[in-house]
Design a protein around this ligand. Structure first.
Ligand code: QUE
Length: 347
């Protein structure tokens, strides 16, 4: 039997090229992929042949939709070590990418969510194609925006990161560029020539100067920034929802946004609010440690199992959250997710 590797590595001239290769699963990350990527990045860090690392996703649909959450769910339900091993290894990889000694560049087409942002946004260059769609949708699966989101969402400016994290809203390439989730736009027709130029040893900054273009039209989210900032600066999730319900600037947008949040796990909404607020004044490493505390506690709770069941396993999109109402989520319960662990994340 032959089986296709989940992740491909290729030395192409001066480029170390990584291809996420689970296109049918939208290139969602497995522990095996994360481990292999960490090992290869460490090897390339000191390899004089490799000047630049380029990461891309196989297939038409996605760069990377996140993690193989079905496997994480099964591990948590049956009590195997995979789930915690996955988060520990993934977060260490996110942190390693942030301090990588060589230019690290992601070519982002299609879906880039959750863990997909974790392996791209911390790198120096994030090149978006026209089809790029960014989201941190974890509140919809009873989880929370992780992979360093407490660091990068809280630093997007104003309240827009909190808006993205609470709602799970999807934004397209122009908004991704406006928010600096992406650093450049290069039309995907140029991507082969782009990698060839890097492979021949040209500096990423020079190749980008030549091949990056201004993406028109302008970013829709830029027109909504004032409204988002005014509403999401509220001092609780309940207050944000109350503001959305009263909002008359754009009634359609505010009612859609409130409806989106009301489908999310009440526990996840509360966790995410506290996480993003806290992350703004924490170092990157402290953000990662905080998120590992939260992920550890999530695996001991209920909503993550129910959320993945509803979105990925049964696909009924009808999660029964517990507790089901925001008012039944207690402060003590939320605070317990942030308490120190016996086994903290070591970076
Ligand atoms: C929220 C999420 C995720 C999601 C859907 C959500 C997520 C994730 C996947 C996903 C998609 C395709 C796959 C897969 C996982 O979907 O994090 O294994 O094949 O990884 O609403 O957070």
């Amino acid at each position: 039997m032959t089986s296709e590797p989940e992740i491909l590595f290729e030395n192409r001239g001066a480029v170390g090229l990584i291809t996420l290769n689970r296109p049918k699963a939208l290139n969602a990350l497995t522990l095996g992929m994360v481990n292999a990527m960490q090992a290869k990045l460490e090897e390339w860090a000191t390899d004089p042949q490799v000047a630049t690392v380029v990461l891309r996703g196989a297939g038409e649909k996605a760069f990377c939709a996140g993690a193989d959450i079905r496997a994480v769910r099964e591990s948590g339900l049956t009590g195997t070590s995979y789930a915690l091993d996955f988060f520990r290894t993934e977060y260490k990889l996110n942190a390693y990418i942030k301090r990588y000694p060589k230019p690290y560049l992601s070519l982002i087409h299609g879906i880039c969510m959750g863990g997909g942002l974790g392996i791209s946004v911390h790198g120096k260059f994030r090149v978006a194609g026209s089809s790029a769609v960014f989201a941190m949708p974890e509140t919809g699966i009873g989880f929370f925006p992780d992979v360093g989101a407490s660091y990068f969402l809280s630093r997007l400016g104003g309240q827009v990161g909190l808006y993205l994290g609470l709602t799970g809203a999807r934004v397209k390439a122009a908004d991704g560029l406006y928010l600096k989730l992406a650093t450049h736009w290069v039309p995907s027709e140029y991507w082969d020539a782009f990698v060839d130029a890097l492979a021949s040893g040209d500096e990423p900054a020079d190749v980008l100067t030549e091949m990056a273009r201004d993406l028109l039209p302008s970013a829709p989210i830029s027109d909504r920034r004032e409204e988002i900032d005014a509403i999401f600066k509220s001092s609780s999730v309940g207050d944000i929802l109350a503001m959305l319900d009263q909002d008359e600037i754009d009634d359609e947008w505010s009612s859609e946004t409130a409806a989106l949040m009301r489908r999310r796990s009440p526990t996840s909404l509360n966790l995410t609010y506290n996480e993003i607020r806290s992350g703004k004044t924490l170092s990157f490493e402290d953000c990662m440690r905080m998120e590992f505390r939260m992920a550890t506690r999530i695996l001991q709770g209920k909503d993550f199992y129910e959320g993945v069941r509803s979105v990925i396993v049964d696909k009924d999109n009808a999660p029964k959250w517990s507790p089901a109402n925001l008012s039944d989520v207690s402060d003590d319960e939320i605070h317990a997710y942030f308490a120190p662990l016996e086994q903290e994340l070591e970076l």
